[in-house]
Write a protein that binds this ligand. Structure first.
Ligand code: SF4
Ligand code: SF4
Length: 311
């Protein structure tokens, strides 16, 4: 392995260790003990089926990406499995396993609720910090591994985006604009929460659908997530989700990601044309900061020269 690559991996690992230490520090500062005779700890939360099943799915996704086997049909099957695993299995009569697959807290709540606890002057339950730590760990190991291979709302959006529409009806939103909106919404959420005690995210949370209860958050969440996904790739992830924002920041230090072999590339642009996301041009240009890559594998499959690799 080249010295520069070794240095890069060493820097990434050092940052990852720093992140774990920070998680521990946050737990000590803000964390509250779990209820019951055995208090929950940061790592005991990871014994929940949703975490280890998520880790297995992420690992399988990683193997498929690294061996160039994440083809369109394999990806389709994976998306269906991800959606069913975290939105239907929790409601099956499968005892503790099923209840452990439930999204409590959901990815969105793992950002929203801790800030609400802090705003109320209360300790943050460790489960929130631990789930957030798991999401960040998956993201640092491989680019958006959680969002791409664990999240049922991400999977549902990607499935909806595959529904064919008349030519020209599908588009790619400019990342600068979507990211600016996502950041503005987060800042507005923080300002309203700490200024007025109002949670903006509670009104735009599509994870409510996965509780299969139609609540008041339904209209904006429905429009952005499900109708928008027919026309744009993962609109909720790029425009709204605070986990999308956080994992976009974290993916700058991901160990494994899509990398370009410049010498093999013929500039045919097939990867750009066949990928649904706005990320691929930045990969070709070698930009350090690029739009969210959800590790779908579409650009890798599209390249006839095998110039794009997940490594
Ligand atoms: S960004 Fe998208 S995939 Fe990631 S947690 Fe949010 S909804 Fe799920
Ligand atoms: S498809 Fe492959 S060869 Fe063509 S531009 Fe993309 S990376 Fe280069």
């Amino acid at each position: 392995m080249k010295r520069s690559a070794l240095l890069l991996h060493f820097r990434t690992l050092a940052l990852f260790v720093l992140m774990l230490l920070l998680s521990g520090a946050v737990t000590l500062l803000f964390g509250a003990e779990g209820e019951g005779s055995r208090p929950m700890t940061f790592f005991s939360v990871w014994a929940l089926p949703r975490v280890w099943v998520g880790a297995i799915l992420g690992f399988l996704g990683l193997v498929l990406l690294m061996t160039r086997k994440a083809t369109a049909w394999v990806r389709f099957a994976a998306l269906v499995i991800i959606f069913l695993a975290f939105s239907v299995v929790p409601f099956l009569p499968w005892g503790k396993f099923a209840s452990g697959m439930g999204l409590h807290p959901s990815p969105m709540c793992s950002v929203e609720k801790p800030l609400m606890f802090i705003q109320m002057g209360r300790s943050v339950p460790i489960i929130f910090i631990s789930i957030l730590g798991f999401i960040l760990l998956m993201t640092v190991i491989a680019n958006k591994l959680f969002c791409g291979w664990n999240c049922p709302i991400g999977a549902l959006q990607e499935l909806l985006h595959r529904i064919p529409l008349p030519r020209g009806w599908k588009g790619k939103l400019p990342f600068r604009i979507t990211n600016a909106i996502r950041i503005a919404l987060f800042l507005l959420f923080v300002a309203l929460l700490f200024g007025m005690g109002f949670s903006l995210y509670a009104w735009i949370n599509p994870f409510e659908f996965l509780h299969w209860q139609m609540e008041w958050a339904i209209i904006p969440a429905f429009v952005i997530t499900f109708i928008g996904a027919l026309f744009f790739y993962r609109p909720f992830c790029y425009l709204v989700c605070p986990i999308g924002l956080l994992t976009w920041l974290a993916e700058h230090i991901s160990i494994l990601r899509v990398r370009l072999d410049k010498q093999a590339c013929t500039d045919c642009m097939l990867c750009v044309k066949k990928s649904p996301c706005p990320t691929v041009p930045s990969i070709l240009e070698g930009k350090k900061s690029r739009p969210d890559c959800h590790a779908c594998g579409a650009c890798i499959e599209a390249c006839p020269e095998n110039a794009l690799k997940f490594k």
